[in-house]
Design a protein around this ligand. Sequence first.
Ligand SMILES: *Cc1c(COP(=O)(O)O)cnc(C)c1O
Length: 396
Amino acid sequence: MSFQNPVFIPGPTNIPDRLRKACDMPTIDHRSSLFADLLHPAREGVREILKSKTAEVFIFPSTGTGGWETALTNTLSAGDTVLAARNGMFSHRWIDMCTRHGLKVDIVETPWGHGISAQRYKEILARDTDYKIKAVLATHNETATGVVSNISAIRNALDETGHPALLFVDGVSSIGSMDFRFDDWGVDVAVTGSQKGFMLPAGLAIVGFSGKALAATETAGLPRTFFDIRDMAAGYANNGYPYTPAVGLLNGLNESCQMLLDEGLDNVFARHHRIAEGVRRAVHAWGFDLCAASVDLYSDTVSAIRTPDGFNATQIVTHAADVYGTAFGVGLGDVAGKVFRIGHLGSMTDVMALSGIATAEMCMADLGLDIELGAGVAAAQAFYRQGQTATHKKAA
Ligand SMILES: *Cc1c(COP(=O)(O)O)cnc(C)c1O
């Protein structure tokens, strides 16, 4: 690996200098007012990025996985039923966590490459007339397959059936990069981490709780200590934590929110969409398909690319690391060896994406795939030039 090259894995993402500096702090007393001055703005910044007026934001020294656990253990009791779709490695792992906590999971098995079927959810919710289902789980962006699901449609499934279940959304690889609407979508718990859209090192679990989810903590029976949001809320009320906070990362988070909000969320989302579309043009120029089964499912943060049958896609990732010092993502679980992934989220520009596309082409050609060097790059260039022209016109 080279420390000069950007990474093209879908998290951890590239860390801008501004954020590396923000994380690099002298020790401060986390019981002093100095700490309060970075804790509360960081929480407020996250709330804005979630597009929420009311969400309570909690930040744990952990990772996205700890955010899943925070959602489950604070709101549910052993034996409760949750509804979840399995369409990739991350949704699979969240389901596994539910099972290990003694929850019953009503699983909607979904082909990898497809999104959550709101229609199936609706049918199941409609049949659940005695409201056994206490929570509905949705992975907004399935990072293993590069598939985005329609959370608004899942909200409608709940509303149209009048079902009172909580809605938990894994936004680990979407929040801060793709549009996420906590309030409009009636999300009860949103989960993310520091190392994807927020462009920071791993180390924070970031969650937003609705009023309804907060109320559920009073009756939830699952054991919890480290992730108990009541302790965390009590800490925040005193400008502190129930234990030692990750001060540097929180300072970084505060700065990251500023960067995203200064760029403007719509601009951030448009940038991710443009970069992703250039990558997709390249993939199609290579003659390959995405794992995502249709255009409406395409993720703007990660592309999982199917390689020809009989070819082990993981070779591309190994070769890129060994020969070109560049990181791509391997296929996970059911699609291991069948896809490789280009992560294009966080601190990413058109120019960086072009270097990733060019490197992927070299790897594929080296490994004997029928790739014309430059074909994908040219397709992406043509697309990015249109985007730049439009931007220049706007600026002028
Ligand atoms: C990365 C990721 C996770 C896991 O987060 P960790 O920070 O690795 O614990 C969960 N869900 C999705 C969709 C992810 O992309």
